[in-house]
Design a protein around this ligand. Structure first.
Ligand SMILES: Cc1cc2nc3c(=O)[nH]c(=O)nc-3n(C[C@H](O)[C@H](O)[C@H](O)COP(=O)(O)O)c2cc1C
Length: 332
């Protein structure tokens, strides 16, 4: 029976246990989106505590998809040098290093990017306090976004990351495409669920072409919008299965417009989605969401409701969370 502390091998990677640091924006990048010593230390200390998988905070793939002025970038070759130092620091502590890559879509802001905000449909996000009214992406702009994801993934590989994670959750661009609430397109990228998920499969294929089919690719997928009329679990599971068939090596389950918002279910609030997805796909499933108790994390793995547990805010509060948890579970 797997436990929180047992190793896991898949897609050429070996995790020393089942604890992950989920991607968490640190607000510590330079104005150019470059890595700083503070970003390296933020991730390194959590790797040094024995955490098996560090998924580095969302990094923008295109200047127009930047979420904040302190967000990390993967949009340009000039980012590779800093990203290399970050990946090396994480790996030197024995953790697997993954970079999350993202486009904010309607959650970007002109005051940050100096550019028009683009989205699947001209619908402002309800997540930001003073959102811009976005323009609808043209087909050629969709192609540009797909290519931007692919190039960013290739940079992650060049920088020495072990894997890349495509951000398709929390109301960012790919999540906007998948949601009936924010995608009202009538072309091949909208109209029904299959067309709303077309860009996901295009991004995945482009990443594999540019970064190599042997470079492990994870997807953080919002499984439910948690809002009336929004994305629900069953179609999200269909998309997850398609992504896995197309080569995704891991699905990182999340939901809502911020993974940190509990929809009212209490600790482990997305575990039910992970459990449902495990019935459908046979790649490792990672789940985060309100999990802080090591015994709860261990039970999630033991009961095979998920394979890897993400510890977010509890690991921000206590960078040593994994070491402390391992000691507590060893004594139990
Ligand atoms: C400060 C902060 C920053 C976050 N940044 C990201 C991010 O960059 N990418 C992402 O997918 N999720 C992000 N999240 C969501 C977390 O990865 C995680 O899914 C969420 O906090 C739930 O896990 P937890 O209850 O263990 O914190 C962030 C959460 C917090 C609290």
């Amino acid at each position: 029976m797997p436990t929180l502390l047992s190793p896991l091998s898949f897609a050429g990677l070996t995790l020393r246990n089942r604890v992950a640091m989920p991607p968490m924006w640190s607000g510590k990048a330079t104005a150019e989106g470059f890595v700083t010593p503070a970003i390296i230390e933020y991730h390194r200390v959590r790797a040094a505590a024995g955490t098996a998988l560090i998924i580095v905070e969302h990094s923008f793939v295109h200047p127009q998809g930047r979420h904040s002025s302190t967000q990390l970038g993967a949009h340009d070759d000039s980012c590779v040098e800093g990203l290399s130092r970050l990946a090396a620091a994480i790996r030197a502590e024995g953790a697997v290093a993954c970079l999350q890559i993202s486009h904010a879509g309607a959650r970007a802001a002109s005051r940050v990017t100096g550019l028009r905000v683009l989205a699947p449909s001209p619908i402002a996000t309800i997540r930001e306090s003073s959102p811009d009214a976005p323009d609808q992406l043209t087909r050629s702009q969709v192609e540009e976004v797909v290519e931007a994801f692919a190039r960013a993934a290739a940079r992650a590989r060049e920088a020495g990351f072990d894997a890349v994670e495509i951000h398709a959750a929390h109301g960012f661009l790919l999540s906007q495409f998948l949601s009936p609430l924010t995608n009202h397109r009538t072309d091949e990228y909208g109209g029904d669920h299959e067309r709303r998920s077309r860009i996901h499969l295009e991004v995945l294929a482009a990443v594999r072409r540019r970064a190599g089919a042997d470079f492990p690719l994870f997807v953080r997928l919002g499984m439910h919008d948690e809002r009336p009329g929004g994305l629900t679990l069953a179609p999200a599971c269909v998309t997850a299965a398609q992504l896995v068939s197309a080569g995704a090596a891991l699905i990182d389950v999340s939901g809502g417009l911020a993974g940190s918002d509990d929809p009212g279910r209490g600790p482990g609030y997305f575990v039910g989605y992970a459990e449902a997805l495990k019935e459908v796909v046979d790649v490792p499933i990672l789940v985060a969401g309100g999990i802080a108790d090591p015994r709860m994390a261990d039970l999630i793995v033991r009961s095979r409701r998920a394979d890897i547990v993400g510890i977010g805010r509890a690991m921000l509060d206590d960078p040593d969370w994994t070491r402390t948890a391992a000691a507590a579970l060893d004594q139990a």
